[in-house]
Design a binder for this molecule. Structure first.
Ligand SMILES: Nc1ncnc2c1ncn2[C@@H]1O[C@H](COP(=O)(O)OP(=O)(O)OP(=O)(O)O)[C@@H](O)[C@H]1O
Ligand SMILES: [Mg+2]
Length: 294
């Protein structure tokens, strides 16, 4: 279904992509509603605005999906790609600054038990990709869902979004514990969201670090704070990323700072950085019957 370009051109571009390192960021948080989709969407838009080629994968089934947040109309999704109904290129919708968005799948509830042919299809879908990708941002679901583990394991940087409330802290800790003890993820970036005073973010980070230092063997870094901001809610109503709708708002400034930081996080060298290896790692890290790519 690659209608736009001749086959030999696609193959040439896909070969070029196969040697290009891709930085993979998974946005997680444990608890629902902490701001994962808000952060991943605005982060992806902001990194794209910095001139990078960014792809945002919506790996969540939640209500406020990326396409809704950005007011996009989607025809195909990842489920169609896995089924071979369309190429990955056909499912991609374009957002601000050329951001490429892969909409959430519905109907496929079984990332963990894809057949070998479907695995191969998924890997091929990514290796056939002729769009350039420098950074892949993944918006994950709430909770300790298998898909969250799968994507976090496959990512190079795991961003944990936390709010200063007991349930969020407990859930973030539970997520870090499971990912580190059972799935070999040892490094985490902690992002404080919806902060209401200066110093709240660092305090929250210290709280989490203290308990992690005591019980877990992990390295945490403080990625920064995103203040609580009414403009963010207004942007949601306008179905526009806040960094586009209200670029001078306090949340936008903080989100753009985060993008600047994330843009400097190291890009892995060697084969493990390539896009199809990301997918191989992802499908290779299958864990339970319910792992979902949707
Ligand atoms: N910094 C902020 N200031 C004000 N409102 C915020 C902020 N961050 C997120 N919100 C609001 O909180 C709500 C939940 O955010 P979002 O959908 O991004 O969370 P989520 O973690 O993706 O949720 P889910 O677990 O359901 O996927 C949204 O209405 C969003 O606009
Ligand atoms: Mg969400």
């Amino acid at each position: 279904m690659h209608n736009q370009l001749p086959r030999n051109k696609i193959e040439q571009l896909a070969r070029l992509n196969a040697t290009r390192p891709v930085k993979v960021l998974a946005v997680t948080g444990g608890k629902g509603g902490v701001g994962k989709t808000t952060v991943s969407t605005n982060l992806a838009v902001s990194i794209a605005a910095r001139g990078r080629d960014v792809m945002l994968v919506d790996a969540d089934l939640g209500m406020a999906n990326v396409d809704v947040l950005l007011g996009l109309h989607t025809r195909f999704h990842m489920g169609h790609v896995i089924n071979g109904d369309c190429a990955l290129e056909d499912a991609i919708v374009t957002g601000p600054h050329g951001l490429q968005i892969v909409p959430a799948a519905s109907g496929i509830k079984r990332m963990a038990n894809l057949s070998m042919a479907e695995h191969a299809g998924l890997i091929r879908a990514f290796s056939d990709l002729y769009h350039r990708v420098d950074v892949l941002v993944i918006d994950t679901a709430a909770g300790l869902h298998d898909s969250v583990v799968t994507f976090s394991q496959a990512a190079h940087h795991v961003l944990v979004v936390v709010c200063d409330e007991p349930a969020s802290i407990t859930d973030a800790y539970a997520l870090i514990k499971v990912l580190s003890r059972e799935h070999g993820v040892q490094r985490f970036q902690i992002l404080a969201n919806q902060t209401r005073r200066s110093g709240e973010g660092p305090d929250l980070f210290n709280k989490i670090q203290r308990v992690c230092d005591r019980f877990l063997n992990v390295g945490l870094e403080f990625a920064g704070s995103i203040p609580f901001d009414d403009y963010l809610r207004r942007a949601v109503q306008r179905q526009t990323a806040v960094v586009e709708a209200y670029p001078g708002s306090i949340s936008s400034v903080a989100l753009k700072n985060l993008a600047q930081k994330a843009d400097k996080w190291s890009v892995p060298q060697g084969a493990r950085g390539h896009l199809e290896f990301f997918v191989e790692r992802m499908v290779g890290a299958r864990i339970g019957p319910e792992t979902v790519l949707q």
